[in-house]
Design a protein around this ligand. Structure first.
Ligand code: DOR
Ligand code: ZN
Length: 346
């Protein structure tokens, strides 16, 4: 039987939500990952130490009994974020990093930063205390074409941030363009790459009618970009690492209002492995999934190992969200009803 054993990966970008969704989905991530950076875009965003502690406790409480999983919390930057909470939270290991959502660029980002110049003092402090900045890299200008928003962000915002804060540790998250791939390489920053941006291009959203299952932000771009992302992820280069951006939305909302986000937690590693296998790059997967992220963030890789076996299997169409045994809704998984080859060895 074909097997692949690697150091257990970390997910450098994950949405766990709250309440019953959190309770029903967390096992998918804790099965596959030792640590995950938890996005702070909950309904009321995580902007203070107290909120982060409560959220972290709720995550630990929702974990399956034997799980060894550590949520790395983030603070959601706003125009008026408290420098004191940010610094104290980082120094006391409450916050692992800070997340910049330019206002109104994505799900639950309305409290995000309206004018990035206004938080340059925050970047100055973060550079000084060596706190990582995680960026949703899109401009919020509705006059900019949605397919260009990442590139325009890089030119208009990210280039200046890097110029003024050259030592600030930056991760450009869920990159979607060749332009971003080149920029990351040339500017000594890090980047996460999602499974879905490795699998789909923008056609997926329009195949056989408008299909919100493949709508996420930043939106998938044209095929040439997907090809660049695959090359980057499978290259083993240290600046690129795993971040699923798994973003669950209940079916009723996704179908009704087409919210942005793709839920890939149940299939995350199988999905990446399909790409790495097709590229003959399974030998690079451990770097991408388990080594590059910790190295970029100056923390040790995990001690645990994990094994995947080659066993073609069909992915369930929906994950049920239950409360006290009663089904309250369902969430569609990425690759639903497709066959994937690699699965976790139990
Ligand atoms: O597609 C996305 N969904 N992109 C994001 O940046 C946020 C996420 C969510 O929270 O649903
Ligand atoms: Zn995200």
């Amino acid at each position: 039987m074909k097997q692949l054993t690697i150091i257990k990966p970390d997910d450098w970008h994950l949405h766990l939500r709250e309440g019953i969704i959190l309770k029903n989905i967390i096992k998918f991530s804790s099965d596959l990952f030792c640590r995950a950076i938890i996005m702070p875009n909950t309904k009321i965003p995580i902007t203070t130490i107290d909120q982060a502690i409560l959220y972290r406790n709720s995550i630990y409480a929702a974990l399956p009994k034997k799980a060894k999983f550590h949520p790395l919390m983030t603070i959601y930057l706003t125009d008026n974020i408290s420098l004191n909470d940010l610094e104290k939270g980082y120094k006391n290991n409450i916050f692992f990093a800070a997340k910049l959502y330019p206002a109104n660029t994505t799900t639950n980002s309305s409290y995000g930063v309206k004018n990035i110049n206004n938080i340059y003092k925050v970047f100055e402090l973060m550079e000084k205390i060596k706190m990582p900045l995680l960026i949703h890299g899109e401009v919020n200008d509705p006059n900019v074409d949605i397919f260009d928003r990442e590139q325009v962000f890089i030119d208009k915002e990210l280039s200046s941030i890097i110029k003024y804060f050259p030592k600030l540790k930056i991760v450009l998250e869920h990159i979607t363009t060749s332009y971003a791939v080149d920029f990351v390489r040339e500017n000594n920053i890090g980047a996460t790459i999602t499974p879905h941006h490795l699998h789909i291009n923008r056609n997926a959203m329009f195949f056989e009618g408008l299909n919100s299952d493949f709508y996420c932000l930043p939106v998938a771009k044209r095929e040439s970009n997907r090809v660049s992302l695959i090359k980057a992820a499978t290259s083993g280069e240290e600046c690129f690492f795993l971040g699923t951006d798994s973003a669950p939305h209940l079916r009723q909302w996704k179908a009704f209002c087409g919210c942005a986000g793709i839920f890939n937690a149940p299939v995350a590693i199988s999905s990446y492995l399909k790409i790495f296998e097709e590229e003959n790059a399974l030998d690079k997967f451990e770097k991408f999934a388990s080594l590059n992220g910790p190295k970029y963030h100056n923390i040790p890789p995990n001690n645990e190992k994990i094994t995947f076996i080659y066993e073609p299997h069909t992915i369930k169409d929906f994950i049920e969200i239950k409360d006290n045994g009663k089904v309250q809704g369902k969430i569609k998984s990425f690759h639903s009803l497709e066959t994937l080859n690699w699965k976790l060895k139990l």
